[in-house]
Write a protein that binds this ligand. Sequence first.
Ligand code: FE
Length: 347
Amino acid sequence: MKKLLLALAACASLGGLAACSEGAEGDGAAPTDAGEVNVYTARHYDTDLALYEDFTKTTGIKVNRIEADADALIERIAAEGEFSPADVFVTVDAGRLARAEEAGILAEVDSPVLQERIPAHLRDPKNRWFALTTRARIIIYNKAKGQPAGLATYEDLAKPEFKGRICMRSSSSVYNIALLSSIIAHDGAAKAESWAKGLVANFARPPQGNDMSNIEAVAAGECDISLVNTYYLARFASGEKRKVLDGVGIIFPNQATTGAHVNMSGAGVVKSSPNRANAVKFLEYLASDTAQQLLAGGNNEYPTAKGVAATSAVEALGSFKADTLSAAEIGKGQPQAVTIFNRAGWN
Ligand code: FE
């Protein structure tokens, strides 16, 4: 985080958004100037910086980065219209990928490399975006108290026997919004709403913190059960914090039904891209073994490119059946999910 803040501090502020330039610094001969690529990204992981540097090192293409919230980026690209300098849009939520596509800001990309590397269910049918990494939102429980009986699905979390045992982060988190949207897609809005209400009735405390602090709360026995993203669990795999991970048990939900809810980060080439060839090159690079290892490995996510392995910390969480709901479906129910959370009193 510190590294990211330093990098951002060195960036000029453009209309409230940070604009950053990753030069081809470091050792070795400076690559020949092969132009630039303007990346509008909503990924907030400082490990991605190494990726941009490596791309510049190998191609000579300079990466200019604009970093902001995905919705702000979509709005900005749409507002800039045909004069937008944006070449590539990167985000961390399937719903935002679907929204970018609906906003008409993404171009169809005809790249045999991308079509070969990224499985069909992890890219837009018209190749307007490609998933780069995935993460699952899974159930954790306090290991010392044992695995709660009758808890195997997201739906089970609303059962009355779990009253007073569940701690969660705020419903404003897109991780929860995307999950509820997927439940709406599978079970319908009425069932999704009674689920949300049942879960709120089971809260051990008002929603608070983030996935990291809720993992710590479950490990410490402050509450018994929570829902968190896989990569946050993997962050506790080494070092002093290992005892936190050892204190929680893991349940991959809905293994006998729809599979564990999976969200994705992904990218697409912007329709008005002034450096289109470089933009496609950048996406193809993101699907390469090296980039996939940096992208997924740096944040303990699952790589999407065929034949690339996740980190050992991620593999150790276990294998599971993933929900294959499309990005469009994960996105579609999000506005309704927000309304349901409000009605259910999930702050
Ligand atoms: Fe996150």
